[in-house]
Design a protein around this ligand. Sequence first.
Ligand SMILES: NC(=O)c1ccc[n+]([C@@H]2O[C@H](COP(=O)([O-])OP(=O)(O)OC[C@H]3O[C@@H](n4cnc5c(N)ncnc54)[C@H](OP(=O)(O)O)[C@@H]3O)[C@@H](O)[C@H]2O)c1
Length: 289
Amino acid sequence: MKILLLGQHGQVSRELHASLRDQAELIVRGREQLDLAQPEQIRQQVRALRPGLIINAAAYTAVDQAESEPELAFAINAVAPGVLAEEAAALGAPLIHYSTDYVYDGSKSAPYVESDPTNPLGVYGQSKLAGERALQAVGGAQLILRTSWVYSLHGRNFLLTMQRLLQERDELKVVADQIGAPTWAGSIASTTVQLIQRWREGQAGPWGLYHLSAQGETSWFGFASAIAEQLRAAGKRAGQLQPIPSSAYPTPAQRPLNSRLDCSRLQRDWQVQLPNWHDALLECLHSPR
Ligand SMILES: NC(=O)c1ccc[n+]([C@@H]2O[C@H](COP(=O)([O-])OP(=O)(O)OC[C@H]3O[C@@H](n4cnc5c(N)ncnc54)[C@H](OP(=O)(O)O)[C@@H]3O)[C@@H](O)[C@H]2O)c1
């Protein structure tokens, strides 16, 4: 089967590329070959390539920058997914698309379930929610997978930033009142591969919107503490961490205080197991680069 994978240099896409390379005829596209801000390019390429499955792991992910670039964020995160959905439907090809915990405002006191009301706090979350709605307006064979706090050994992410700052500084302040589940891009990729296998074996669950994050919960401070512990275990230096409230670390875009996603629906309907966030961190740190 021919799979078209978008987002070539992104965290999730890189891991998907590695996992799917041997299993399918994989066509990977980055911004250089297919600019999602150009809807006609999307239509032309999908029509020419005629994939049997499309995975959209590309997105405008600069949460703070989105506040000053709303048109670009909406073009990539809302308009492009809608065009992809139309082209996938015309081919009869399923579409796998990723979304975010930032569609919620974080005011719920328990983990979010898929049917909870959305209320994004910033432009990035609004654009991703508009992308979900653009897919749903087309309907059909689609998986919209909302994930959270993605990290890997590549790209720009909290793990790599903390590893660098902890080794450079004696003391580091990290936000402790935002709760969620750090999710390794490798876990997202391996779960996605399992979902594809279920579908190909005729064991697919219902198409639709699901939460897909690591299990368990922590704060950014807790995540940073686990990263520091692993640095020290590897014989490297790590500065001291100090917990602070979000109010002491103002950013252009406000973040939800509660990013916890209840993933039981995906695990039940598609028969997949999601790893605990701390186990996945160790697996990531010991994975080949
Ligand atoms: N990162 C997180 O913490 C997080 C949290 C929740 C949900 N998600 C969602 O998870 C998915 C994967 O995220 P990720 O962390 O893997 O993202 P990422 O590392 O930022 O990668 C996104 C990729 O999209 C590409 N892209 C951006 N604009 C494009 C355009 N106009 N045309 C084509 N490609 C374009 C980027 O290309 P360049 O390399 O050229 O910039 C980049 O390689 C996204 O849907 C994201 O919204 C992420």
